[in-house]
Design a protein around this ligand. Structure first.
Ligand code: XMP
Length: 319
């Protein structure tokens, strides 16, 4: 695409001009925005860029591996991969309040990132995948200006604590343009077209207390659901689809035996900006196929329900 090719060239010049021979650190979230920013900056200044990927152990199936192999393998971008899952999961023990979960994860993320930044000798610049909707104040995913419905956590929470100059090459772009730029930069389609994923990860899809065991169960159910959505050709028609693991046990029967296991809820919505959303109207055959597979293949789940709530009054995530 001519426009994106031009944008890419112009931004590369701009980044070189801004950074000179300085060092840049970029926090990767696993999402599209930070990945596109990092690849673009790497094209401009090469190994003056170091990426830091703080893995909280609450990513989707295969996601952390995908980020690491994309950066170290395909692009050969220096990447520090911090497995901080024990730190996060220990700290989440006993925490059930959604806001406390979010605040703990956001703060811990910044702590770990700062430590890693120090270890690699610091840098003058912090790179971020800030988009235009993040820049204009009127747009906020969850609430109006005076009501905090959810404390958002993303890599964008960093600058308040870090004394670094910002490099934000995506500030003029909307989400669909970032995806286009990602394609222009050769990022794989499976990465570029991926549904949004919240900074706090699976922690906010496990109401009640989070544990590694619960995260493992949820990851499996979620992967089956998304696999079925992809093979039905529905992935791109949906803004976001995911499974939620409920802290509710119900009785079931399997073979000759009684089961007593957790409920899994499935969510899928259409949306243009995440501000409002409608449920995706799957047909019954699709939902029963997914339910059957999850119950048969995932130990720990014996019942599956579908979430029929639009936004508003519901939010997209459950916490
Ligand atoms: P809600 O649940 O508020 O979500 O309707 C709207 C959109 O925002 C995503 N979301 C987040 N994204 N950090 C993020 O980067 C967060 O803390 C966060 N919380 C929610 C959510 O997945 C949906 O796309």
């Amino acid at each position: 695409d001519w426009t994106m090719a031009e944008f890419r060239k112009a931004k590369i010049d701009e980044i070189r001009e801004q950074v000179g021979d300085g060092r840049v650190i970029c926090g990767l979230s696993g999402g599209v925005d930070s990945a596109v920013a990092a690849v673009l900056i790497h094209e401009a200044i090469g190994d003056q860029l170091t990426c830091v990927f703080v893995d909280h152990g609450l990513m989707r199936m295969g996601e952390a591996e995908q980020v690491v192999s994309l950066f170290r393998g395909a692009y050969q971008i220096p990447l520090v991969h911090v497995d901080a899952s024990t730190l996060f999961l220990k700290g989440l023990e006993g925490v059930t309040d959604p806001e406390k979960k979010r605040k703990f994860i956001g703060k811990t993320f910044i702590d770990v990132f700062e430590d890693e930044a120090k270890k690699i000798g610091g840098a003058e610049f912090l790179a971020q995948g800030t988009l235009y909707p993040d820049v204009i104040e009127s747009v906020s995913f969850t609430g109006g200006p005076s009501v905090t419905i959810k404390s958002h956590h993303n890599v964008g929470g960093l600058p308040e604590r870090m004394d670094m100059k910002l490099v934000e090459p995506l500030r003029e772009l909307f989400k669909d343009e970032v995806r286009e730029l990602g394609r222009e930069l050769g990022l794989p389609e499976i990465f570029v077209g991926r549904h949004p994923f919240p900074g706090p990860g699976l922690a906010i899809r496990i109401p009640g207390e989070v544990s590694r065991e619960k995260a493992d169960i949820l990851r499996k159910a979620d992967a089956i659901y998304l696999e079925e959505i992809r093979s039905a050709g529905l992935y791109d028609a949906i803004w976001q689809a995911f499974a939620v693991l409920l802290p509710v046990k119900t009785v079931g029967v399997m073979g000759d035996g009684r089961t007593y296991d957790n409920v899994c809820a499935l969510r899928a919505v259409t949306s243009t900006d995440g501000m409002t959303a409608d449920i995706y109207p799957f047909d019954a055959a699709f939902l029963s196929r997914v339910a059957t597979r999850i119950i048969n293949e995932v130990k720990g789940i014996n019942r599956v329900v579908y979430d029929y709530t639009s936004k508003p009054p519901g939010t997209i995530e459950w916490e």
